[in-house]
Design a protein around this ligand. Structure first.
Ligand code: NIG
Ligand code: FE
Length: 403
């Protein structure tokens, strides 16, 4: 037993067994090493925990550590020049079709060393952690050859050796058609399924398999082949779907039992129904909506009405969402998508955990959950989504320890 107790004026447990934020006032959280063993009102804390060392967070609010469930923080180079071109009128699709966009980051990533990739990823990770993140998902997808995809995933996995953070990785080999397969997307998918996915699975480098279903990327039929291979290797799937057009990607993902379908600006009624039936999480990425000056918002009302769990993430990447703040993503989800501050906080805590297949209570402050907390200099949870560019984090607890 290595007990630590944290006390505070108020905590938002995000416990699905309680209503709303699951608020408890005059709260105590008892951690045994990396797990929460008890959470409730300090006055009700069992006698056996009363000898543990206590850290008092005073008037502050405590929430679960935030979970950023969709990022691409490992990459080489920058796309600032593309940003300038888009402001001069070129569209994201036009740039992609002319060999820029994702493929330009592929060139920069292939020529970056593991150390260079790590250095860039750590600077972005540090910004996420400073905003209360305790768990981050990281995708590959800027290598598009086995060697570089593996290098990206190794760097992603190693992040938790360098910082107090939990990392989940997704293999995104089906992100774009690499230049050497230009005009032969099927040929590239053959390689993804026959060589890349089995090697990544064998090396234990991926927790899930992702893809990009879009006119500038892969068709539903090509994505289905990737999903079938993932299933044969025992890996769960997720998908970038309906970002720029309705390809039926979310329904395809739902049919394959996907953990999540992400973006969803062009999601139709069929997609909403399929996601609701399969329990597939809708991961909303307002940073990409904002950056691409998209005007069609995802169908939040329909998702809400159908009971589809909604998560919110930064989508931190060099092209469509150079955003390193989950709190700003929450604010954008409210202001641009009309989500509520409660939905936004659920979106970066318990629903984000579901989008990653974390069934261990992550994203909640409940007995048995990971001892991963964010401590905020605010009094009410709605303040987290309300501020713009504020830095309300006081401290984090990770693995039961104050960091
Ligand atoms: O989530 N939609 C595709 N993939 C990324 C963008 C990647 C890029 O532009 O580099 C996204 O938006
Ligand atoms: Fe993405």
């Amino acid at each position: 037993m290595d007990l630590q107790t944290y006390i505070c004026a108020k905590m938002a447990t995000m416990d699905p067994g309680r209503s709303g934020y699951g608020i408890i006032e005059g709260a105590a959280i008892v951690c045994d090493d990396a797990l929460i063993v008890w959470a409730g009102r300090f006055a009700d804390m069992p006698e056996r925990f009363r000898k543990a060392p206590v850290t008092d967070f005073g008037d502050r609010l405590v929430t679960p550590g935030l979970i950023d469930c969709h990022t691409h923080i490992v990459y080489g180079g920058s796309r600032a020049a593309e940003f300038e071109r888009r402001l001069e009128g070129a569209s994201y699709e036009e740039i992609a079709r002319a060999g820029g966009g994702i493929v330009s980051t592929v060139h920069a990533t292939r020529s970056a060393s593991e150390d260079e990739l790590l250095e860039g990823a750590l600077s972005r990770l540090d910004a996420l952690l400073a905003d209360g993140v305790g768990t981050v998902e990281v995708k590959s997808g800027y290598g598009l050859d086995l060697e570089t995809e593996m290098r990206m995933l190794r760097v992603a996995r190693s992040l938790s050796d360098h910082r107090p953070v939990r990392v989940r990785t997704s293999f995104l080999g089906a992100h774009a058609v690499p230049p050497e397969f230009a005009g032969d997307a099927d040929g590239y998918i053959d390689v993804v399924c026959a060589e890349m996915l089995p090697a990544v699975a064998e090396a234990g480098l991926a927790d899930a398999v992702d893809g990009f279903c879009e006119t500038i990327a892969f068709t539903p039929a090509q994505i289905a082949r990737v999903f079938e291979t993932a299933a044969s290797l025992g890996l769960p799937v997720k998908l970038h779907a309906e970002q720029l057009s309705d390809q039926g990607g979310a329904a395809l993902a739902a049919r394959h039992g996907a953990l999540s379908a992400d973006h969803l600006e062009y999601l139709g009624e069929d997609g909403v129904a399929a996601m609701a039936e399969a329990g597939t999480v809708a991961v909303l990425l307002p940073g990409a909506f904002y950056t691409l000056r998209e005007t069609q918002a995802p169908p939040i009302d329909a998702l809400r009405a159908a009971g589809v769990p909604m998560a919110v993430a930064t989508d931190c990447n060099p092209g469509s969402s150079p955003l390193v703040s989950p709190l700003l993503a929450m604010n954008m989800a409210c202001t641009l998508f009309r989500m509520t501050p409660l939905e936004a906080l659920a979106g970066v805590t318990r629903n984000a955990a579901h989008a990653l297949g974390l069934g261990d209570g992550a994203g909640t402050i409940t007995a048995g959950a990971p001892a991963d907390l964010a401590v905020w200099n605010v009094g009410e949870p709605a303040e987290l989504a309300y501020g713009i560019g504020h830095r309300p984090l006081h401290a984090r607890v990770h693995g039961g320890r104050l960091v």
